[in-house]
Design a protein around this ligand. Sequence first.
Ligand code: ADP
Ligand code: MG
Length: 405
Amino acid sequence: MEIIVQKFGGTSVRDERLRERVLQHIAEARRTYDGVVVVVSAMGRKGEPYATDSLLDLLEGRGKYLPARERDLLLTTGEIISAVVLADLLWRQDIPATVFTGAQAGIVTDARFGEAQILDVRPDRLRAALERGRVAVVAGFQGSTEDGELTTLGRGGSDITAVALAAALGARRLDIFTDVNGVFTADPRIVEEARPLKYLTYAEVANLAHLGARVLHPRAVEIAMQYNIPVRVRSTTSDDEGTLIASLSELRARAPFRERVVTGIAHVFGVTQIKVVRETVDPELQLVVFRAMAEHGISVDFINVSPNSVAYTVRDEEGERVAEILRGLGFEPIVTPGCAKVSVVGAGMAGRPGVMSRIVEALVGHDIPILQAADSHTTIWVLVPGERAQDAIRLLHRHFELERE
Ligand code: ADP
Ligand code: MG
């Protein structure tokens, strides 16, 4: 049985006109494949009635008083509504469809409510529906523990549902439908001349996703790579091919594969920089600071240390708490909220001299301060003030000529 999994994001199912497009993509897939599994997100974005953010807004303090178990129970409804509405549309067109919650689809998770990890996928019921000629419509972003507690997988979790099902069913391909036509050289909402990349390896997308390109969930990319499932990222409103993500050997067979120094620019907004500087060398400094962060369960990123200073970043939401913890230890931290981490990503930059100097040229030449920088063999990161972040992304995009094919 040849199976395809199609995932439709929140903006792809937000209104009747778009859901008609979704229907066309499903009908098209039914002509080519024996089995079609459709994974949906909650409809729309913040402000629209059944979007995940709107559900959270029903709760006092967006659910900060309510236990995570109950919060998850509420959040699972968004995707269930979306799945049933889509199934209704399918039945109206004489396309038989069966709706599954995550639990019914066999998604088994641990009990970490709000950010559960998938432990196992048991797709027998899905497979049975497919064998009866039904389209299986699955509520994304959710699963259940062995003892039946409903859980959610965290932001962007429908991508994970889709790829986990594709892996468990041995699907031929996963199509991720969204509001942009593929993975771009930078977020097209920020960089007007950003361009969709036709082919990307799993490793290239994993890098972009881990560094903030939210078009695909990083864990979803990891699973796709592990099970070697070709993924297409494409627009719901067009028939264009979008971006094909696959292994290097698969891509070599399809397209002349050119080496790229830089693939794209990714970014994360909402980052707070924390700096602790001592007058003299303090051998205990790093130990004390990072132990305190670990003890309070604060995840830190972008760490630079020197014998008398440490600098690192945390999410803006944690900034104040971190400052208080450090003051409690007798430090005087310098706290800079609202920064952005901008990453220049490309597997081809390994061992190539001059990339960092080009980044400095692009930014400092336009009076954008670099608050921190670091690199790995595939990425160079810079931390910049939030109010200059969009400029920084655009300048780097232009400086590396990413608008050119
Ligand atoms: P969905 O609800 O369909 O999952 P998301 O909002 O999660 O949609 O992801 C799509 C968005 O990702 C786009 O609207 C775009 O603004 C953003 N994005 C960020 N970086 C990139 C990139 N490099 N390529 C494409 N889209 C990107
Ligand atoms: Mg998403």
